[in-house]
Design a protein around this ligand. Structure first.
Ligand code: TXA
Ligand code: MG
Length: 317
C-alpha cells in the first residue's frame, strides 16, 4: 500500500469513503469521512477498537467546528482561539450532523483542529470533517512516523500521507466543560500550565476507577509488546533488558539497548522522542524495558502518564 505526499490521492480516497492515514503534529491519524457511517465503521474495524469508544473529529478551524455543535461553552471559544490549530481537543455538545457512531452515542463530540500543514490542507479541500483516531491498533503505541503506521496498519489502510515525524509526538490534550469551568480528561501535547494560563484553574476529570471517559484513560494503553518497568531497580532485571532514560544512560546495560529522551533535559524534545524510542526498543527483541519518569511539570506530566500506562504491571492483553 502506497506511502507518499499525494494530497489528491488522499482527497479521492476519503471522498470515496476509504481510510487514509494522515500526519498531524501530535501523532498520525487514521482518517475517514466523519459524516459517512460506512466509512467510520472501517476505522473501528481497522483499529480493532470497541464500538463504544468514540472517535476524535478533525476540523480546519473554529468556524468549521461551529457547524457541528449545538452550543458553545464560554471557555471553549477562548481556548480554540488561543490553541487552535494545535494539540488540544474540545468535548462539545454535538448537533444532528455528527453520527452517533462517531461519538458512541454520547451527546458530546471531541473536536480538534490539527496544525500540521498537510492535515490542514486536506481539511480545507474536503467538504466534510474527518474522524481521526490515532493510527495504531487499539491499545498499542501511537504512531509518530509514516513507517510506524505502515508497520502497524499497512494491510488495512489504502494510502499513508507522509508528513514526516510528528512535531509534538504526544496525543492531544482533551478537555470538556461544565457550569464550573474546564475539566481535563487526557493529558497530552498541550501542557496543563499553558492551558490554565488561558482557561484559569482546570479540574481533573481523569478517572482511575470505573468507566473511563476516554480510552486513553484506561490503565493499560499506549503499551509496547515488550514488558516495560517504570522506576524498577536495575538489580532485579532480566539479562536482556533495555532502558528508556531521560538524560543519562543506565550503567551496566549496553548502550545500543538504551535510548535517551533528551540528553539536554528538554521536555519538548523528550515528548517528540517518546513513541519513536518505544517503537525502536520494542523492535529489539528485549526481555524488558526499564524506564524512568521524567520531571513532573509541563509536558513531563503527559510523558509520565504514557509511561505509567505502558507498564507491564497493568498489561491485560
Ligand atoms: O492527538 C490526537 O488527538 C490524535 C490525532 C490523530 O488527532 N488522535 C487521538 O485519537 O489520539 P484517539 O481516538 O486515539 O484518542 C481519542 C480519545 C479516546 O480516548 C476517546 O475515548 C476520546 O478521545 N474521545 C473521543 N471522542 C470522545 C467523546 N465524544 N467523548 C469522550 N471521549 C471521547
Ligand atoms: Mg489512540
Amino acid at each position: 500500500m502506497p506511502v507518499g505526499n499525494d494530497l489528491n490521492a488522499a482527497i479521492r480516497l476519503l471522498t470515496r469513503g476509504e481510510l487514509v492515514a494522515i500526519p498531524t503534529e501530535t501523532v498520525y491519524g487514521l482518517a475517514a469521512n466523519a459524516l459517512n457511517d460506512a466509512a467510520v465503521v472501517k476505522i473501528f474495524e481497522a483499529k480493532k477498537r470497541p464500538r463504544f469508544n468514540p472517535l476524535i473529529v478533525h476540523v480546519a478551524d473554529w468556524a468549521q467546528a461551529r457547524a457541528y455543535i449545538s452550543g458553545v461553552p464560554p471557555l471553549a471559544e477562548k481556548l480554540a482561539q488561543a490553541f487552535w490549530p494545535g494539540p488540544l481537543t474540545l468535548l462539545l455538545p454535538k448537533n444532528h450532523l455528527i453520527p452517533d457512531l462517531v461519538t458512541a452515542g454520547s451527546p458530546y463530540v471531541a473536536l480538534r483542529a490539527p496544525r500540521h500543514p498537510l492535515a490542514q490542507e486536506l481539511l480545507r479541500a474536503l467538504p466534510f470533517p474527518r474522524a481521526a483516531p490515532s493510527a495504531n491498533p487499539f491499545g498499542y503505541i501511537s504512531p509518530t512516523t509514516a513507517a510506524h503506521v505502515q508497520a502497524q496498519l499497512g494491510d488495512t489502510v489504502l494510502y499513508i500521507l507522509n508528513g514526516g515525524p510528528a512535531e509534538v509526538g504526544l496525543e492531544s490534550t482533551i478537555v470538556g466543560f461544565d457550569e464550573q469551568g474546564t475539566i481535563l480528561y487526557r493529558l497530552g501535547g498541550l501542557g496543563v500550565d499553558e492551558l490554565e494560563g488561558v482557561a484559569g484553574p482546570v479540574r481533573d476529570g481523569r478517572q482511575t476507577e470505573g468507566k473511563p471517559q476516554a480510552s486513553g484513560m484506561l490503565k493499560s494503553h499506549y503499551a509496547p509488546k515488550t514488558s516495560l518497568w517504570l522506576d524498577n531497580s536495575p538489580a532485579d532485571h532480566p539479562e536482556k533488558a533495555g532502558a528508556l532514560r531521560f538524560r543519562e544512560y543506565l550503567p551496566g546495560i549496553p548502550r545500543e539497548w538504551q535510548r535517551l529522551l533528551s540528553p539536554k533535559g528538554d521536555l519538548t524534545e523528550a515528548a517528540r522522542n517518546l513513541f519513536i524510542y518505544l517503537h525502536e526498543l520494542d523492535q529489539l527483541g528485549l526481555d524488558a524495558i526499564l524506564a524512568e519518569r521524567v520531571p513532573g511539570h509541563g509536558l513531563g506530566l503527559a510523558i509520565n502518564d504514557r509511561l505509567e500506562r505502558a507498564q507491564a504491571i497493568f498489561k491485560t492483553h
